[in-house]
Ligand binder design. Structure first.
Ligand code: GLA
Length: 389
């Protein structure tokens, strides 16, 4: 599938600019096995890059303005690198503008470029198409102008670009897009950015994503609000327990003991975070031991917490998980990513996939009048150079 994507991108580039691209960059979306909303709370997460990617084709340009073309959107914009970089109403361009601003702020020297890109990452599905755009675009400019930027800094600058656009996100999406490895999940310590790869071996279970095909509009403000509530929660915990530096050092009992000092929302968010940090460690051990039953059970618990305590689910996602819970062949299911729509990540016993896909699609259509989308994803490599001319 990605061969077609790459061919189309290169053909479009040649037809537009009349030459072969100098660099071709591939940058993936991500899944997350477990560890949701804890990257910005000093937790551990367990994501992986996937085989849904953005393909970019680049060349250097001497023109006054640089051109960036989004083939799939049939849209493009021009930017003069000497002008101040500002947010635009055309949202996708902001991720590119944000990256250019980060490079300029850090003092990197580069000149103009032409870039076209096309993607197989569905937008708004919680698969981090924006992180793939930021990291892939930044990587391309770095390669074009030989900028000395380490992979982890590509991820960090991508994250800063996302902050500039308006979501105060953690590091998980950009880190996994850059650092992904085929057939491996990455356990990231979001406090230190230390990371280790673990085999993504789910034994007799298949990893399948069900996309609710909805995107509730309050995502950005609700996300930023959750982060603020967690900051409030940890401040209260720190002032009561001097040994506590972050949620990672907290026990559930400590959170319970300051319940009357917190608003109900802040209490529920804090409790979720402390539990979720523990679940990731257990889930990673279960994966290493090939104990997919335990991993799945933890995924169901995460969904429950995200829905009831963190309150980032929605009726569509809850319906998918509740329906799958009644199927013996589904060992685990939960909403994935920021929430308020997008995908669930599910582990389904091999041999039962097609039956469950068909059944859930029918029930989902009946319940909401919306078509369920389904992705069989493979775990792939991080942002990389495909061709270097
Ligand atoms: C979004 C953010 C990530 C992370 C997830 C929730 O994808 O970009 O940093 O917080 O939500 O786990």
């Amino acid at each position: 599938m990605n061969d077609i994507l790459i061919n189309n991108t290169v053909t479009f580039f040649k037809e537009t600019f009349g030459a072969e691209p100098q660099k071709i960059v591939l940058s993936p979306g991500r899944i997350n096995i477990i560890g949701e909303h804890i990257d910005y709370n000093d937790g551990y997460v367990l994501p992986a890059a996937i085989d849904k990617i953005i393909c970019f084709a680049f060349e250097k340009s001497k023109a006054k303005t640089s051109r960036v073309i989004a083939i799939d959107l049939n849209d493009e914009f021009e930017i003069n690198l000497n002008d101040p970089i500002e947010l635009s109403d055309n949202v996708w361009t902001n991720y590119v503008r944000g990256v250019i601003l980060q490079l300029q702020n850090k003092g990197f020297k580069f000149e103009g470029f032409n870039c076209v890109f096309s993607s197989t990452i569905p937008v708004g599905s919680g698969l981090s198409s924006s992180a793939a755009l930021e990291c892939g675009f930044l990587f391309g400019v770095k390669e074009l102008y030989n900028l000395d930027i380490k992979p982890v800094d590509v991820a960090l600058m991508g994250q800063s670009a996302e902050h500039w656009v308006g979501i105060n996100c953690g590091i998980m999406d950009q880190f996994s897009s850059v650092m992904g490895l085929e057939n491996k999940v990455i356990k990231i310590d979001c406090r230190t950015l230390e990371y280790e790869y673990h085999n993504a071996d789910f034994n007799e279970y298949s990893l399948i994503l069900f996309d609710s095909n909805v995107k509730h509009s309050l995502m950005t403000s609700a996300y930023n609000q959750r982060r603020e509530q967690c900051e409030e929660g940890i401040a209260i915990l720190k002032s009561n327990f001097p040994e506590v530096k972050s949620f990672r050092d907290c026990t559930e009992e400590q959170v319970q003991s300051v319940k009357d000092k917190m608003s109900e929302d802040v209490f529920k968010r804090s409790l979720f975070v402390v539990k979720e940090i523990k679940r990731v460690i257990q889930a990673c051990q279960a994966l290493d031991n090939g104990d997919i039953q335990t991993l799945g059970k933890l995924m169901y618990e995460t969904h429950e917490g995200l829905s009831k305590d963190y309150e980032v689910s929605c009726p569509e996602l809850d319906m998918i998980v509740d329906t799958l819970k009644t199927e013996e062949a589904v060992v685990g299911s939960r909403l994935m990513g920021g929430g308020f729509g997008g995908c669930t990540i599910n582990l389904i016993k091999k041999g039962h996939e097609e039956r469950i896909k068909a059944k859930l699609s029918g029930l989902y259509l009946d319940a909401f009048g919306i078509e369920l989308k389904i992705y069989d994803v493979k775990i792939g490599n991080g942002t990389s150079l495909y061709i270097n001319n």
